[in-house]
Design a protein around this ligand. Structure first.
Ligand SMILES: O=C(O)CCC(=O)C(=O)O
Length: 257
């Protein structure tokens, strides 16, 4: 259970960082799973522009048992059900590798903009959960967000950018970005591998390229309320999951079993 200070922090800023949620042994298991799915030749694996490494893998929880267990992990599911106030299902999972030497980088956006405008999720009752597979700090292309930006609701000044088939990001206009940063500032996220960041689906976020030689892999489990399922089905299942069955949390030790 999250305590009242943690809930207040999430409600005010749109984000809540919990450190060391997963042990070193659990992180090692996640690392191996992330490496394994990146090496496979599948349509849901998006390479970096230079072709050298994977940029993203969507929906690997559908065929990798470790990632499937992570998507049902009680340390992720229970706080999310508490914050969203209902049962949840996986709308999307993705690995963002950001291997270093100039990889990664995402324009400023709200995930709910894609989920609403493309997938037809009616309300912002969804959560992005980021599990740190590597240490992340100011030097390796950290995730950036604008605290409190979820209070703006869904922003309609954006331009769609598709960096692989179906992988659509709604890039926020420069005018709105300047206005919002003036108000909320920018928070760079840092923490050890095994930490977890819960983010409201309307939180404005992005990142710059990782020019360090240190990889910065994150696994995102994006959960939606079972009371708020998608209403349009244009994208592949690995971009927008259509199994709305409420998740029954797995056993706490499921990653090591
Ligand atoms: O992992 C990052 O650097 C940001 C990723 C992101 O914003 C996204 O995949 O929507």
């Amino acid at each position: 259970m999250l305590d009242s200070d943690q809930v207040k922090q999430y409600e005010e800023t749109g984000a809540l960082l919990l450190e060391d949620v997963f042990s070193k042994a659990e992180v090692a298991v996640l690392r191996e799973a992330a490496d394994r799915v990146a090496a496979e030749d599948r349509p849901n694996v998006t390479p970096e522009a230079n072709g050298s490494t994977a940029r993203m893998v969507h929906g690997a929880h559908a065929y990798n048992p470790i990632l499937e267990n992570l998507c049902r992990h009680p340390r992720l599911i229970e706080p999310t059900m508490q914050l969203i106030g209902s049962g949840v299902y996986v709308h999307q999972s993705r690995l963002n590798y950001n291997a270093g030497h100039g990889t990664g980088g995402f324009d400023w956006h709200q995930d709910f903009s894609t989920w609403h405008n493309v997938d037809g999720l009616p309300a912002p009752r969804a959560m992005m959960i980021t599990v740190f597979v590597d240490d992340m700090d100011a030097t390796n292309g950290p995730l950036l967000y604008i605290p409190g930006s979820q209070h703006e609701g869904l922003i309609d000044e954006f331009e769609p950018v598709e960096d692989a088939a179906g992988n659509i990001l709604m890039k926020l206009s420069s005018r709105r970005l300047s206005e919002m940063v003036e108000k909320g500032g920018i928070q760079a996220v840092s923490g050890r591998a095994g930490s977890v960041l819960f983010m409201h689906c309307n939180l404005v976020h992005g990142s710059s390229a990782n020019i360090s030689p240190r990889s910065r892999t994150l696994f995102y489990v994006n959960l939606n309320s079972v009371e708020n399922p998608q209403t349009t089905f244009e994208r592949a299942e690995y971009h927008a999951g259509s199994d709305f069955t409420p998740i029954a949390p797995a056993a706490d030790e499921c990653l090591l079993a």
